[in-house]
Design a protein around this ligand. Structure first.
Ligand code: NDP
Length: 292
């Protein structure tokens, strides 16, 4: 293996400890305990598991959390009323509406309603708009792309002037990751399902962020020697040797890419742990800005 492994688990743990320390210092001073309100609509088991792990992280770091559950057939005004109530609730620092919402709901309308000061997921159009504008700062950066950039910076990958290729242009990962890289003076190419000659585009990249949800699509032969590779993908593949019958793999063929890249994140244990750590950092930040 030539690549250095980027240990997302260890980097996330260090960040979580920093956040827990800051929370402890605040509460010792009698300041408000940072508190995350989660909204879970419907009964998707994966969404319920994500919400549960976010609440556990809050408890682990000394933060408060409160979960609101709505039935899968909740109507638009029920969801909007709940978000408005949480916006007005001074005990709530941050609001996270678990995605995806059931298809009959207008997701964009719901996300637009979250007060910008409580938008800890960073998905409101106002925060994304600020991220896209030169000279403006969002109050919150979406957690997964924020985690990707944090990993690169922690291991000392130079972003300024680097050729970066982002695979995927989703609102929650690809697009904000590209905006963050541009903000740090990288030269960015964003690829998607209609991109021609994807391997050739990737071969020019000093930094690759792969967020396409395609099992091990990025091959070792696509990677420029020495490049930094951040694999966001989480794909389940059948594995009869595991008790669960499956295992998780990324969008990058790790075994091939690790022989060429300079740095690489594993799946699991790379970007995944960073997402919740960043949510905790954002929730702390929400409590801080609401008292200024
Ligand atoms: P989306 O499905 O919303 O977006 C996928 C993007 O990849 C789209 O822009 C799509 O292009 C592009 N794409 C799909 N197929 C190809 C292809 N063959 N070639 C080039 N581009 C392609 O996914 P997300 O952004 O939500 O998630 C991406 C991955 O990251 C998933 O595996 C997901 O599970 C994982 N993820 C991991 C997180 C973590 O915490 N580690 C958090 C969030 C997501 P187009 O726009 O043209 O359709």
């Amino acid at each position: 293996m030539t690549a250095q492994l980027i240990d997302g688990k260890a980097i996330a743990q260090k960040l979580r400890m920093e956040v827990a320390d800051a929370v402890m210092k605040r509460t010792a001073l009698g300041k408000m305990q940072p508190t995350l309100a989660t909204v879970l609509i419907g009964d998707r088991p994966d969404s319920a598991a994500y919400v549960a792990s976010k609440q556990k992280a809050c408890a682990d770091l000394g933060m408060g959390s409160v979960n609101h559950t709505l039935p899968a057939d909740a109507n638009q005004s029920q969801v909007e009323d709940l978000v408005k109530k949480l916006n007005d609730d001074r005990r709530v620092s941050g609001i996270l509406v678990q995605l995806p919402m059931p298809a009959h709901l207008d997701e964009e309308r719901v996300l637009s309603l979250i007060s910008i000061e409580k938008d800890v997921d960073g998905f409101s159009p106002l925060n994304i708009g600020r991220l896209a504008q030169k000279g403006r700062e969002p109050l919150f950066v979406p957690c997964t792309p924020f985690g990707c950039i944090y990993l690169l910076e922690q291991v000392g990958v130079k972003l300024e002037g680097a050729n970066a290729v982002v695979l995927g242009r989703s609102n929650i990962v690809g697009m904000p990751a590209a905006l963050l890289l541009i903000g740090r003076n990288a030269t960015v190419t964003v690829c998607h399902s209609r991109t021609r000659d994807l391997p050739d585009v990737v071969r020019n990249a000093d930094i690759v962020i792969a967020a396409i949800g395609r099992t091990e699509m990025v091959r070792g032969s696509w990677i420029k020697p020495g490049a930094a590779v951040i694999d966001v993908g989480i794909n389940q593949v059948v594995d009869s040797t595991r008790k669960s019958g499956h295992r998780l793999v990324g969008d990058v063929c790790f075994d091939e890419a690790k022989e060429v890249a300079g740095w690489i994140t594993p799946v699991p244990g790379g970007v995944g742990p960073m997402t919740i750590a960043m949510l905790m950092k954002n929730t702390l930040h929400a409590a801080e800005i609401q008292e200024t």
